[in-house]
Design a protein around this ligand. Structure first.
Ligand code: FE2
Ligand code: FE2
Length: 429
């Protein structure tokens, strides 16, 4: 689906969505993979490794979403939504059968679905596991709590994050390569059907959220909570093994392309759901919504490579460039209204990295390197401690008790800082 097409999804009726399902039915068992085996054999070693990495995420993911959708059917408030979700569950099972057939018949891995799934596990990274563990937990939560805010959280995670932000960009780039090459006709035909189904699922998710968010501030707050919680993981899903950038280049695209594509989708989907990201509280998405997507994508990848975002590496990089991107984001995510019209300057002094400060004044914020003589609040800490607090939701108060974070300034200034940068709920348990 083009980005423009996603704008109109909220005007589609549930009946239309159901009808599209009937019209779009296809058979995973009838795809012909005989030519694909040759197509697989002529790939380079690196392309095969890369394909195993990407396809494993799809196969494992399709199985997980099949297993986890039934509580959504129970919790959906209307019959039309329940019926659509029932059709979606059938789709997800069919997608899983399609990927299993490909693994078994083309790759030669996994006689049964369960051995195929066990084979994929070696390719699933930290970010991927974080997202899918949360999805499983969400299904359990929804079984116990069928409230609308919980339903909004579940649709956010499943339809907006997993299907809309992770699966769709992945599908787009994989499909593109094999459509051009023409060497995997069975796979290409199956992926085209999977993509069409997923567009319908995402359209449904956007529609449900547009209805829930239009009538409930509580649902908006619930959605924000889920996005904040899952963001550290979802950003890291496309981290290639060993940070080898050839994993995407061997299929003709850069990681920056996939991130920029995903960012465009995120912006248009939330706009279509009636809750544009510009209207969300700060510190939900770690990028500046006004920045061109290519630039924002490049910044995110630099932070991921440095270990500032994504999987903790114990010693996040603190180059001048990384610090500039990081403090730019911190300044951008400040809730300037919470400063109550009074200027405030916060100074960070790191044992192991250069100092920076941020000034909030008159509705704007500015991050600068170095020391300032006029700080209202000074924080003495280490770079990795602060990265964990600001990006991974570690508890700042605990760090203070452990003397890992030493603030200098009045209690009032400390309280102001907490309002300007509300703590990110810890996703790490
Ligand atoms: Fe699917
Ligand atoms: Fe789906």
């Amino acid at each position: 689906m083009s980005v423009a097409a996603t704008h109109s999804t909220h005007s589609i009726s549930y009946q239309d969505l159901y009808q599209r399902w009937e019209q779009g039915n296809w058979k995973a068992t009838e795809l012909d993979f005989s030519e694909d085996r040759n197509g697989w054999a002529v790939l380079s070693d690196l392309q095969r490794r890369s394909a195993l990495w990407m396809y494993s995420m799809f196969f494992y993911g399709e199985d997980a979403v099949t297993d986890g959708l039934s509580p959504y059917i129970d919790a959906a408030p209307t019959e039309e939504q329940k019926y659509f979700l029932a059709t979606q569950q059938v789709d997800e099972a069919r997608h899983s059968v399609f990927f299993h057939r490909f693994f078994k018949e083309v790759i030669g891995a996994g006689d049964s679905i369960s051995t195929g799934l066990a084979f994929t596990e070696q390719y699933l990274n930290w970010g991927y596991r974080g997202v899918f563990d949360r999805l499983e937990l969400m299904a359990d939560e929804l079984r116990r709590d069928r409230s609308l805010p919980k339903f909004a959280q579940a649709i956010t995670l499943y339809h907006m994050v997993v299907e809309g932000t992770l699966a769709q960009p992945g599908q787009h780039f994989i499909e593109d390569f094999f459509n051009k090459e023409g060497t995997m006709p069975g796979f290409s035909a199956g992926m085209e059907n999977v993509s069409r189904d997923e567009q319908r699922h995402i359209g449904f998710g956007v529609k449900v959220l547009s209805e829930l968010l239009a009538e409930s501030e509580e649902c908006k707050a619930a959605v924000v909570e889920t996005l904040r919680e899952v963001m550290p993981y979802s950003l890291a899903v496309f981290t290639p093994p060993g940070w080898d950038r050839e994993y995407t280049r061997s299929f003709g695209f850069e990681l920056e392309d996939i991130f920029a594509f995903g960012l465009r989708l995120v912006k248009s989907r939330w706009r279509a759901a009636g809750y544009p990201i510009e209207e969300m509280p700060p510190n939900v998405f770690p990028f500046d919504p006004d920045q061109p997507e290519e630039e924002a994508a490049a910044c995110q990848i630099k932070l991921l490579e440095a270990g500032v975002l994504g999987e903790p590496n114990g010693a996040p990089g603190a180059s001048a460039e990384v610090q500039e991107i990081f403090f730019g984001l911190v300044a951008n995510s400040a809730d300037k209204d919470a400063a109550n019209g009074q200027p405030m300057t916060v100074q960070w002094r790191f044992e192991d990295a250069d100092p920076w400060h941020i000034t909030i004044d008159n509705g704007s914020s500015r991050a600068e390197p170095g020391l300032t003589p006029s700080a209202d609040l000074t924080l003495d800490t280490t770079w990795s401690e602060w990265v964990d607090i600001s990006m991974r939701g570690h508890d700042a108060r605990r760090a203070m008790l452990r003397r890992k974070l030493k603030p200098h300034g009045s209690m009032r200034q400390l309280m102001r800082m907490r309002k300007i940068w509300p703590p990110r709920r810890s996703p790490v348990v």
